[in-house]
Design a protein around this ligand. Structure first.
Ligand SMILES: Cc1cc2nc3c(=O)[nH]c(=O)nc-3n(C[C@H](O)[C@H](O)[C@H](O)COP(=O)(O)OP(=O)(O)OC[C@H]3O[C@@H](n4cnc5c(N)ncnc54)[C@H](O)[C@@H]3O)c2cc1C
Length: 404
């Protein structure tokens, strides 16, 4: 077996496209005649993933493993170990000369606004951006960087568990996200939504709808498990705008991707305070920690049929429209007066696109302890008039009937 090896620790980024660590590793390996191995380990501080997101991850992992095995590069999974622990486990067989870490996909590789002056509200973030998002990298050419097949223990090139067949059947047939998590599916969805349908063009008008695959992009689950790069999405939006013009739909989509960016950098800026009950405002929370009310809520017995329908959809499929998430969170905070952190933790377990920074950022915003500009002046949290919302967004009760 080759003794000079480079390891790439993927850090939750389950794709070949736009992976700077693969490019760096390939360049080094070609320079020094080394071989690559790929590790998938538990990230420091990684939270538990719920069953819907675990399914997507399995699908993405299996297809990545097969793609790497085709060039004789082993992908080793250590779901319970950190990278350091995994390296210790394999050191009897191989000691990599270099270990490169994958990075979460972001539009900006470094602070887009200096950390010291990073704003607390989105509008200032958007106005203050000092650089354009970086373009994505193509998939790195990894041919010839695996060992000869005989060099690795055969088990390293075989999936450690049989590759699961894509599992669309695992989806509830009513799901708004009836897709597999692998990279090919993610890229096909991007192509479909941006170029092969009117999805992107109509996005601004449709994004508050509740039912179906087409009212919004459904990029979030792929982004959460790293089978799609946000820089690739941005690049395709620019390509779309080059031929169709900067229409409302594509401009609005760019704005939403900047919201994602804002919350990710905010979490990095504020650390533990970002997830604390008092949020970045460090305001003492006012709530009623009523466990019985919380227990009933988790069973979709919230006391309001609109909310119960949303909760049933969320639990059955892992996906919920943005509007549905806002209603559920607002009702939880304002009507049930339960601790928003409890709701956020449940979402993190249930959501197929669970992402701690985006989830907490949105919950804290609605709880009035996050980045809602109104709340800095002490205004009460945003409250949705649910009867009006039903009349406006589900007038024929299509969603409620579907999830009754
Ligand atoms: C209470 C609450 C909890 C949420 N938890 C999560 C979460 O854990 N993970 C997650 O990815 N999103 C979360 N969101 C944001 C948003 O609801 C989802 O990103 C969106 O509904 C996903 O569907 P889509 O990809 O079709 O979105 P689209 O409407 O097509 O948007 C495109 C992309 O923009 C980004 N985006 C859109 N809306 C937001 C937003 N409000 N905040 C930050 N980024 C946004 C996402 O990356 C999304 O994939 C939450 C929102 C609320 C109100």
């Amino acid at each position: 077996m080759s003794e000079t090896t480079i390891a790439v620790a993927l850090e939750g980024q389950l794709r070949l496209d736009d992976q700077p660590a693969f490019h760096e590793a390939a360049a080094l390996a070609r320079q020094h005649g080394e071989r690559l191995i790929v590790l998938v380990c538990r990230r420091e501080g990684q939270r538990l993933r719920g069953p819907h997101q675990q399914r997507l991850e399995r699908e993405a992992m299996a297809s990545l493993q097969a793609n790497l095995a085709a060039v004789a590069i082993p992908l080793l999974q250590f779901p319970q170990s950190t990278t350091a622990e995994a390296l210790e486990t394999i050191r009897g067989l191989v000691v990599p000369a270099v270990v490169l870490q994958g990075q979460e996909s972001r539009l900006f590789a470094d602070w887009p606004i200096p950390a010291e002056t990073f704003p607390r509200v989105f509008a200032e973030f958007r106005r203050g951006l000092q650089q354009a998002p970086q373009p994505p990298l193509p998939p790195a050419d990894l041919t010839g960087l695996g060992a000869g097949l005989e060099a690795w223990p055969q088990a390293w090139l075989q999936p450690q568990q049989p590759i699961p067949a894509p599992e669309p059947s695992a989806c509830d047939p009513r799901s708004a996200f009836p897709f597999c998590g692998d990279e090919a599916t993610a890229l096909a969805r991007l192509q479909h939504y941006v170029f092969d349908s009117t999805g992107l063009r109509d996005y601004k008008a449709s994004r508050n709808e509740l039912v179906g695959t087409e009212f919004s992009s459904k990029f979030s689950p792929f982004l959460a498990i790293g089978s799609l790069s946000v820089r690739r999405i941005w690049q395709e939006l620019l390509n779309y705008q080059a031929s169709h013009g900067a229409d409302e739909g594509s401009e609005w989509m760019k704005q939403e991707l900047l919201w994602r960016e804002f919350f990710i950098w905010s979490e990095q800026r504020h650390g533990a305070a970002f997830h604390a009950p008092g949020g970045i405002q460090q305001r003492p929370p006012q709530w009623d920690a009523n466990r019985e009310r919380f227990r009933r809520w988790k069973l979709a017995q919230s006391g309001h049929p609109l909310i119960d329908a949303q909760l049933r959809e969320l639990r059955a499929t892992g996906y919920l429209s943005n509007r549905g998430r806002q209603w559920v969170a607002s009702h939880f905070i304002n009507e049930l007066r339960l601790p928003w952190t409890w709701g956020a933790r449940c979402f993190e377990w249930w959501l197929i696109d669970a992402h701690p920074a985006l989830n907490t950022g949105n919950w804290a915003y609605l709880a009035g302890v996050g980045s809602d500009p109104r709340s800095f002046g002490g205004a009460a949290p945003r409250r949705f008039d649910l009867e009006r919302q039903v009349r406006r967004y589900d007038p024929d009760l299509t969603h409620q009937t579907r999830w009754s």
